[in-house]
Design a protein around this ligand. Sequence first.
Ligand code: ZN
Length: 374
Amino acid sequence: MDTAGAVLRAVLDHGPVARSSVARATRLSAASVSGVTTSLIGRGLVREAPEAAGPPGIGRPTVPLDIDPGAVAVIGVHIAVPHATVALLDLRGRVIEQHREPHGERDPARVLAGLAERIGKLRRRRRILGVGVATGGWVDAVAGTVVEHPALGWRDVPVAAVLSKATRFPVRVDSNSRALLRAEQLFGEVAARARRSAVHMFVGNVVDVAFATGGVVHQGPRSASGAVAHLSVEGCSERCSCGRTGCLQAAVSEQTLVRRAQVSGLPELLARAEDGDAYALSLFHERARLVGRAAALLLDLFDPEVLVVAEAGANRIPACRATLRAEVAAWSTAGADVEQVVRATSFPLTVLAVAGGAVALDQVYAEPLSPART
Ligand SMILES: [Zn+2]
């Protein structure tokens, strides 16, 4: 994070906030805060918020600074197995609009061409600072490639290069959990705790994990950190994409649930469960139990301040969240306060859009004045 990034983060955390308070929070001189602020205002990232200033007094009034939610935006893309979400997000990580469409076919070139077209439709809404893409499987964030996504059948797909050539925006790519952990650290309900240490678990058609200490999300030398899909779970007879049976991802994936319930997709199953359909609910409770066991293992392994689970049932149905926590408490031996530590995602209704957006926003908050975005 550079100087401008430190100032922008302080404004995000404390805004509306006086320049002098930003200087105190960042330990920068008043002169550097003032200089950087002028550039941030010029780029439309920060605005002066006169409505938040106190009553006029003697001397020069202090006009506080705040994040400008209206001038610029990022585009967040999430590539799931059956569909892709393309969204516009403001600098607070709030989704302005999002569109979900099924893939016509899964051939990477065709999917990416379709995404470039959809990105093009959003670009006229605001000045776009960058595009972030989140997906499952093994994602190399440094190279901008999907190394391997077995559920989608993708291997060595240069997503960032293809999309940035087609859209002319800076494009970054990362895994679901690493992206969502970053979103929790920037905009989440317990952001301060998540910045100290956190584990994130994403459960959809794919299952992946991320962990962070000291505010930094671990990538690993091969960008392979967080592969938990093939953790062995008891009593599962589903065949996994790796050829074995008993893998966590095969047991809890959306495809497995949808097939067992014979519904059109997860939204339908979720709607049934929320209406009290006993079979739909039982599938989500079973999923919560399996996810809870894996979460207990991660809790004991990392002892994080917070462990966030993004799983549709636990996100939306309080009873499933209780099942998840009870299972973690039953299997964890480290004595953590499960009610405090284990949490559902801060973004239950927009999780896919936020995952994509966070990949771009991470870079905006690291280097907000980077020439790539002028
Ligand atoms: Zn497997």
